[in-house]
Design a protein around this ligand. Structure first.
Ligand code: DGP
Length: 113
């Protein structure tokens, strides 16, 4: 847990969120500022500032997160969806705790802005 990290506070329950999934590794909850009819954030319980900051010991966790994303998308009945993680301010990262956006429920344009 990192002090002053909003997603650590969501993971610990200090800050309320609309959770759709929780397991030993991660929590998934609705984004505060949704960009699609379904917009979830999948967040590891471990504080990792971004994918770029993950270390080799995190590889198994990263793999399990991918599995959780797949299961969550299925439970949300998404057949087409996008999984995005922003790394760094230029890419739009505003919260320095690794998170995967799961977006679906509308046609998604490509390339992203
Ligand atoms: P990014 O810009 O990629 O770092 O995404 C951060 C996302 O987190 C952004 O879409 C808004 C969302 N967010 C920020 N604070 C909160 C919060 O307190 N609760 C929830 N549910 N979402 C949040």
């Amino acid at each position: 847990m990192s002090e002053n990290c909003i997603f650590c506070k969501i993971v610990s329950g200090q800050v309320k969120s609309q959770n759709v999934h929780e397991d030993d590794d991660c929590v998934a909850f609705k984004d505060l500022n949704p960009q699609a009819p379904t917009h979830l954030l999948v967040v590891p319980k471990k504080h990792i500032p971004s994918l770029a900051a993950a270390v080799s010991g995190d590889e198994a966790l990263l793999g399990r997160l991918q599995g959780a994303i797949r299961a969550i998308a299925k439970s949300q009945k998404l057949d087409s969806y996008r999984v995005v993680t922003n790394i760094g301010r230029m890419a739009g990262q505003s919260v320095d705790h690794l998170h995967y956006h799961v977006l679906g429920g509308r046609r998604l344009g490509w390339p992203p802005g």
